[in-house]
Write a protein that binds this ligand. Structure first.
Ligand SMILES: Cc1cc2nc3c(=O)[nH]c(=O)nc-3n(C[C@H](O)[C@H](O)[C@H](O)COP(=O)(O)OP(=O)(O)OC[C@H]3O[C@@H](n4cnc5c(N)ncnc54)[C@H](O)[C@@H]3O)c2cc1C
Length: 434
């Protein structure tokens, strides 16, 4: 391509398209390069998107036909052992009223395509089936464009935004960040199971297009640091499970076997009974937290979204951080272009914007959380069984006095976990989320 662009964006995911919308709206000549056949064709996620950050880019997203599956009315948290588990749920009608679309489910193949159309409408050029293979640099090592796998492959741009996701060889090649360490990445597998609309509403206790999310911890991840989820779509349920990549490789566990076992769990099986498998996918997730965030800008180049390791593992927030960081990268790029300085210094406002926003504040708040999970495997090994034992015993009416049961539970806990270890666990758990 002989054309020169103001900004070239690598990746048409939530980060890249958010940036393209903001830039194109300001009349900035913007190109998005996407390796997939169409935006979203290669992308998977659990399924929950957040209205707040989307509305900052497309305020009337509902009227514009955003492909919403279900508006989330209730969030459940489960802590499971092999035979049972605890369920904590929060439902609030505010989420179908004033805060409708706070969170909603969607599919990436449809959402990314729809979102990319909004950028096209504003004037961005989106070129698919094109892999960016490297960055172009001048004699002073400043980024001046990208190389692609097309025959006429080089594209010149004043600024390049890397929004190419977690598995970004470009971020590595260009020195932004090293290959993520296996302990900073989770491998997640997901299956979409088709069920009739009314069956989903009956089983999850919702109506009128409302939906439920279930986040799950416990020994379902076979002692590995990981989570599972169940999300309701219109006519299907997404069910997934993931764990630390290091643990998977050390323990030689096959993710799909773990998913199959999870589907048989007594709290899961009734929800998906009779459903037909529709889709099966696997993907990486950025889980390193605040300490794995790379430097965010260089001369002529910025990095956003998963590529910048922006993922809040505790709250399962990634698409919103991608959209927010993409938007802020675009606002900073626009200012840099207007001032004629898109060196690292000229683009530094991006870092300031992120730091002043909830994106970095939340990443910093949960800085210790990944380490807490990595260093407390009892959360996934002995504690689910102990927690179940406590509930099971206290709920069984068998003539044994409750005080005697309590003493037996306490003895069992002390047998498996010393008091100092338990106190350390509680202290570190609190510190990791305070
Ligand atoms: C199993 C799973 C469940 C998840 N669940 C949720 C959830 O429920 N809610 C949530 O908010 N987040 C969730 N996430 C995280 C969320 O998917 C990411 O945080 C989000 O997609 C990041 O957006 P992004 O635009 O930065 O990257 P991506 O969505 O990964 O987009 C990157 C784009 O770049 C393209 N690309 C990559 N390399 C190149 C290249 N060299 N040349 C051209 N194009 C390229 C890709 O094809 C892709 O389209 C989940 C992730 C996984 C894996």
């Amino acid at each position: 391509m002989n054309e020169q662009f103001d900004v070239a964006i690598v990746g048409a995911g939530p980060a890249g398209i958010s940036a393209a919308c903001v830039l194109a709206e300001r009349g900035i000549k913007t190109l998005v390069l996407e390796r997939g056949e169409y935006p979203g064709s290669k992308n998977i996620f659990g399924g929950v998107l957040y209205g707040h950050d989307l509305a900052r880019i497309v305020p009337d997203f509902e009227d514009k036909g955003c492909p919403v599956e279900r508006n989330i009315l209730e969030s459940r948290l489960w802590y499971l052992s092999g035979s049972g588990g605890y369920s904590l749920a929060y439902r609030d009608r505010i989420f179908s009223g004033d805060r409708k679309y706070n969170a909603f489910t969607t599919g990436r193949a449809r959402f990314d395509r729809w979102f990319a159309e909004r950028a096209r409408e504003r004037g961005a050029l989106i070129v698919c089936s094109t892999v960016v293979t490297d960055l172009l640099r001048d004699g002073h090592n400043r980024v001046i464009g990208v190389k692609t796998d097309r025959p006429d492959g080089d594209v010149r741009a004043k600024i390049v935004l890397l929004a190419d996701g977690i598995n970004s060889p470009l971020a590595r090649m260009t020195g932004f960040r090293p290959e993520p360490r296996p302990e900073d990445v989770a491998l997640s597998v997901k299956e979409v199971i088709a069920l009739p609309d009314e069956v989903i509403e009956e089983r999850f206790g919702v109506e009128g297009g409302a939906g439920v999310t279930v986040e799950i911890l416990g020994d379902v991840t076979w002692g590995m640091n990981g989570v599972a989820f169940i999300y309701t779509n219109k006519r299907s349920v997404s069910i997934g499970i993931g764990a630390n990549l290091l643990h998977f490789s050390e323990r030689r566990i096959r993710p799909y076997e773990m998913l199959e076992a999870f589907k048989q769990h007594p709290m899961v099986a009734p929800l998906i009974k009779g459903g037909k498998p529709q889709e099966y996918t696997a993907h990486w997730l950025a889980e390193g937290g605040y300490d794995s965030i790379p430097r965010l800008c260089a001369d002529g180049c910025l990095i956003a979204g998963d590529s910048a390791m922006l993922f809040n593992a505790l709250h399962r927030e990634g698409t919103n951080l991608a959209m927010a960081s993409g938007r802020m990268a675009a606002e900073s790029a626009a200012e840099a272009l207007a001032s004629g300085d898109w060196s690292r210094k000229g683009l530094q406002r991006y870092v300031g914007r992120l730091q002043d926003s909830y994106v970095m504040k939340d990443m910093a708040k949960y800085r210790r959380f990944p380490h807490f999970l990595q260093s407390h495997e009892e959360l996934f090994t002995i504690l689910p069984g102990l927690a179940s034992l406590a509930a099971r015993e206290m709920l069984t009416v068998d003539g044994i006095p409750k005080k005697q049961k309590q003493a037996a539970i306490w003895r069992e806990l002390r047998r498996k976990m010393t008091t100092p270890k338990l106190l350390r666990f509680l202290w570190e758990a609190w510190r990791s989320v305070r």
